[in-house]
Write a protein that binds this ligand. Structure first.
Ligand code: ZN
Ligand code: ZN
Length: 155
C-alpha cells in the first residue's frame, strides 16, 4: 500500500510495502524503463501537526542507454528515501517535502516514489568505464574493434 489512510496513521506508524510494476501509470512519463517491478518498502508515521515522515527504500533494476555506445545497460536501483509530507503551505519550497492537502484523507507516497526513482538513476550511464563508444563517422560500435575509418587528424 502506498496510499495510507490518515486515521490509520493516527494510531501509529504504517508499513508501506508494495511492488510497483514497470507499466504502472505512476511511473508514466519517466525517462527510464524498469526491468521487472520496483520494490517499495518503508514506514510512514506522524511527525508533528499535519506532517508525516516517510522513511522508505526503493529497489529494482532500470534499463538505461550507455551514453557512449547507446547499448542498453541494467542499472541497479537501491535508494533510501527520507521525505516529509506536509500540509504546511510554507514547507513547499523544500524539495524533500511533499505537500498534502489539509483536507486529504490519505497520504499517498506514490509521488515521492516517482520522484525519488527518477533521482536514483544516474543521468550519465556507461556500459563500462572504458566503453569505446561509437565511431563519429560511420557509427560503428568501436567496442567490437576498429571500424576501418581513417582516424581523424589531430587538430
Ligand atoms: Zn557503452
Ligand atoms: Zn568508422
Amino acid at each position: 500500500m502506498l496510499r495510507i489512510d490518515r486515521r490509520e496513521l493516527r494510531a501509529g506508524p504504517v508499513e508501506t510495502d508494495a511492488t510497483v510494476s514497470a507499466d504502472d501509470p505512476l511511473l508514466g512519463g519517466l525517462a527510464l524503463r524498469l526491468e521487472g517491478g520496483l520494490a517499495v518498502s518503508g514506514r510512514l508515521q506522524q511527525a508533528g501537526h499535519g506532517d508525516y515522515l516517510w522513511r522508505g527504500r526503493l529497489a529494482g533494476t532500470a534499463r538505461a542507454e550507455c551514453r557512449r555506445c547507446l547499448a542498453e545497460v541494467p542499472v541497479a536501483i537501491a535508494a533510501d528515501v527520507d521525505v516529509l509530507f506536509s500540509a504546511d503551505p510554507d514547507a513547499g519550497d523544500d524539495p524533500s517535502v511533499y505537500p498534502i492537502a489539509e483536507a486529504a484523507t490519505h497520504v499517498d507516497v506514490g509521488e515521492a516514489v516517482r520522484e525519488e526513482l527518477a533521482l536514483a538513476v544516474p543521468p550519465y550511464v556507461l556500459c563500462r568505464d572504458d566503453c569505446a563508444g561509437l565511431c563519429p563517422r560511420c557509427g560503428a560500435d568501436l567496442n567490437a574493434g576498429p571500424c576501418g575509418c581513417t582516424p581523424a587528424e589531430p587538430n
